[in-house]
Design a binder for this molecule. Structure first.
Ligand SMILES: C[S@@+](CC[C@H](N)C(=O)[O-])C[C@H]1O[C@@H](n2cnc3c(N)ncnc32)[C@H](O)[C@@H]1O
Length: 433
């Protein structure tokens, strides 16, 4: 059976090589459920705090490891994470990692691993103070992203960056067309599960602690879905009416598609995604909710030759591919995977999708643009640029989104809004007279 620390090292190395942690964990094999959970917790934690842990360990190494021994470097980060951020008793935090150096086939390094971690244990307060003089290191963000967040949200940056280092709560969306909030809360209580209503998003319930979905009453019947409160606003922003044709253009895994279909009866929804495999997750979600949509694999930027591109829609949701900087609480590997140089390409892709889909919207229709980004280049600036070159587009107020106005659109901010970071903007297509 794989040692969970060794598994965590391999997971983090895979992320450093460019793979997403979700993907790496999905294919991870461990016979024992508890070992798998521990490996996942350590992998998430090391990714979340990577830069800070790296700075601490680098202070304690006389010279860096050679590339062929970078597994040992990551193993020391796992040890530092256990010492500084876990409830594992210090003795076990160190000895388990020393043991794992053998599991990596590098018993020769066990003395070094032991020495470095013992010193960290003894001197951590002074060492932490030293590395924290650099603010980006303190918040474990790459310089470019730290600077981008501070530049975009100077007044809120400290709270946002602090929240991004926290563990996100498990949040449910209650299908309010099927069950009332009070009734569902009562069903949770009967099950021994505590929760509170979200302060600003009426369908959202924040669980006291995370549980497996099979413990949630009515999950299989679609009474609830797991969805951050900030992601639960698309349906209300679309101003849906029965009978409308709706295109959900970047639909997978289908959280918002299900929300849309559950919010109004009689919609004709096309759920499109470029990733055919991920569309299967949409199908699963819709089956659970007992609702149907026309599922299409295709590129939202190229409607010209596709069947779904010949239809005209009353409502279009563009939940665009983006930097995902708003969801770093849930996907801490984003800070290791994303590069500043990704942004121009992402912004270009968003702009191409927006322009391509605008032609499919009926006059009088509404397009909702959503991202889970904190960065204006993907959000307000994107929408401002769109409005500047589409005379038939008008921006629409979004009274149901409780976030911070930011030029065009509204931004939800982690640490401020009790949500992940999301951006919403709605565009009305002016009918030609
Ligand atoms: C933010 S996720 C969507 C989340 C989804 N709306 C939900 O609520 O569950 C973005 C999705 O866009 C898809 N995507 C990226 N580029 C696309 C394109 N050119 N056309 C269609 N889908 C695209 C990705 O495969 C991904 O599933």
């Amino acid at each position: 059976m794989a040692d969970p620390r060794v598994a965590a090292v391999n997971n983090v190395l895979a992320v450093l090589d460019g793979r997403s942690l979700d993907h790496v964990l999905a294919v991870a094999t461990a016979a024992d459920e508890r070992d798998r959970a521990l490996a996942a917790e350590l992998s998430f934690g090391v990714c979340r705090w990577y830069r800070r842990l790296d700075a601490l360990i680098s202070l304690l190494l006389q010279k860096p490891f050679k590339n062929k021994d970078r597994d040992l470097h990551v193993l020391l980060l796992v040890g530092a994470y256990q010492l500084l951020y876990s409830r594992i008793p210090p003795h076990a935090a160190v000895s388990s990692v020393v043991e794992a150096s053998r599991g990596l086939g590098k018993a020769w390094a066990s003395k070094l691993v032991n020495g470095v971690l013992r010193r960290l244990q003894r001197e951590h307060a002074a060492l932490e103070q030293r590395v924290d003089t650099d603010a980006a290191t303190r918040f474990a963000q790459p310089d470019w992203l730290y600077q981008a967040i501070v530049a975009a949200w100077p007044a809120q940056a400290e709270r946002i960056l602090t929240a991004l280092q926290g563990r996100p709560p498990m949040v449910l969306r209650v299908a309010l067309n099927k069950i009332g909030m009070e009734d569902y809360l009562a069903r949770l209580t009967a099950q021994g599960l505590g929760a509170r209503a979200h302060p600003t998003v009426p369908s959202a319930l924040v669980l006291d602690s995370a549980v497996a979905v099979d413990r949630l009453p009515g999950f299989e019947q679609g009474l609830v879905s797991v969805q951050d409160a900030g992601a639960q606003l698309a349906a209300s922003c679309l101003d849906l009416q029965p009978g409308q044709r709706v295109l959900d253009a970047c639909a997978a895994p289908g959280g918002k598609t299900l929300d849309i279909l559950q919010s109004v009866d009689g919609l004709q929804v096309t759920a499109l995604d470029v990733d055919a495999e991920r569309l299967q997750r949409v199908a699963q979600n819709l089956r659970r909710g007992g609702v149907q949509a026309d599922l299409q694999a295709g590129d939202a930027a190229q409607p010209q030759h596709a069947d779904w591109g010949q239809v005209r829609y009353d409502r279009i949701l563009v939940d665009a591919p983006c930097s995902a900087t708003g969801v770093m609480r849930r996907h801490p590997d984003i800070r290791l995977l994303r590069r500043a140089s990704d942004l121009p390409e992402l912004a270009q892709r968003q702009s191409t999708i927006l322009s391509a889909l605008w032609g499919l919207l009926v006059p009088g229709g509404r397009l909702l643009y959503v991202t889970c980004s904190l960065l204006p280049a993907e959000n307000a600036q994107q929408v401002e640029a769109f409005l500047a070159c589409h005379a038939d587009a008008q921006s629409v107020e979004l009274p149901t989104v409780p976030g911070t106005p930011c030029g065009e659109g509204v931004q939800l901010l982690p640490g401020i809004d009790d949500t992940d970071g999301f951006y919403y903007a709605a565009l009305h297509k002016v009918p030609v007279s």
